[in-house]
Design a protein around this ligand. Structure first.
Ligand code: NAD
Ligand code: ZN
Length: 344
């Protein structure tokens, strides 16, 4: 089968023929129909330091995908050929304290699909049945393909109650925008999103976020004044990984404010801890999605009218993957989709 493979320890990705994976008794074999390109895939393509230290070549990459079940192992009872599914990209150990307690998103031995094991930028992927999310009603394929980053957004946005609260989102990448949209959907009063890239801020507006802040020219404090806010934001969602964004967030939180951090900083960040202490801030790191409460919430919010599709800005055939990676690299894109429907 055709696959996008990191076959050499060098910059690039190569379209190659690889053997079709065979499911074990607890596995599900899925025909991949649609995939999303993630920042992680770009790092693997570019072969940055993280990728060099993490990826063992050769590896089929990609973890954001939707597809159709084609075969199930003999222990798999509740999934059938033809089911529309997405994949949870974190394969957990199932045996550590957190896993056994049902806190699988806190497993310390996570294996990443398309990072530590064969990925989804290909015709068929095999996953343990526990990692397969069946869509109870068919949804648009491109939306199903981005359940992984949508899940990051939902996990972060719903980490703290947002009903009636003022929410500050720093970083209007695809995940920041989806988180802002979710916070709004969940009943926040004001949702304010910042970025330093005009294309991203425009995309946020298009997705329905009315208050966007260009951090190059505008201060969040001014927006607070404009909105008549007096005590600061109740909830902060850090989605940029940028030190400057985090500093400005810390300076604009109310006393007792709560911050969920998904954005991954490139290196250590020094912060004013006395502000955290004297303002009684809560800071929570977020990794991945809750298995499978986040998935449930994603599905039912879509059923209740949440629309995340505006965040999808580009669609390419799998054959044109180079174009997809190029547009990702430009920073002008939202989510970029690769369509694999005609690959088989
Ligand atoms: P992205 O890189 O597309 O978006 C980040 C955005 O932050 C960009 O639009 C960038 O212009 C903006 N930004 C940079 N400096 C800024 C500043 N000073 N102020 C405001 N905005 C600024 O990333 P994404 O795909 O949307 O993901 C969001 C973040 O979450 C990334 O850091 C990513 O690495 C991280 N991530 C974490 C997890 C996890 O499990 N913790 C999972 C997926 C992604
Ligand atoms: Zn575990």
């Amino acid at each position: 089968m055709k696959a996008l493979v990191k076959s050499r320890a060098a910059r690039g990705l190569w379209l190659e023929d690889v053997p079709e994976p065979q499911p074990g008794i607890n596995d599900v074999k899925i025909r991949v129909l649609c995939t999303g390109i993630c920042g992680t895939d770009l790092h693997i393509y570019d072969w940055n330091e993280w990728a060099q230290n993490t990826i063992h070549v050769p590896l089929v990459i990609g973890h954001e995908f939707a597809g159709e079940v084609v075969e199930v192992g003999s222990n798999v009872a509740d999934l059938q050929p033809g089911d529309q599914v997405s994949g949870e990209g974190h394969v957990v150990c199932g045996r550590c304290r957190n896993c056994l307690a049902g806190r699988r998103h806190l497993c310390a031995h996570t294996q990443g699909v398309g990072v530590n094991r064969a990925g989804a930028f290909t015709e068929y992927v095999v996953l343990p049945m526990m990692n397969v999310w069946k869509h109870p009603r068919p949804i648009p394929l491109d939306v199903a393909a981005i359940f992984d980053p949508f899940g990051n957004a939902v996990h972060t946005a719903l980490s703290f109650p947002v009903l009636g609260e003022d929410v500050l989102v720093t970083g209007a990448g695809p995940i920041g925008i989806m988180a802002a949209v979710v916070a709004q959907f969940a009943g926040a009063r004001h949702v304010v999103i910042t970025d330093i890239n005009s294309a991203r801020l425009k995309l946020a507006e298009k997705a329905g976020i009315p208050i966007t802040v260009d951090s190059r020219t505008q201060r969040v404090q001014e927006i607070q004044t404009m909105l008549g806010m007096r005590e600061g934001f109740d909830v902060g969602l850090e989605m940029s990984g940028a030190p400057a964004a985090f500093h400005e967030m810390l300076a604009n939180m109310c006393h007792g404010g709560k911050i969920a951090i998904l954005g991954i900083p490139a290196s250590e960040i020094a912060i004013d801890w006395s502000r955290v202490i004297f303002n009684s801030l809560t800071i929570k790191g977020i990794y991945g999605r809750e298995m499978f409460e986040t998935w449930y919430k994603m599905t039912v919010m879509l059923e209740s009218g949440l629309d995340i599709s505006p965040v999808i800005s580009h669609r390419f055939s799998w054959r044109d993957y180079e174009k997809g990676f190029e547009v990702m690299r430009s920073g002008e894109a939202g989510k970029v989709i690769l369509d694999w429907r005609d690959a088989v």
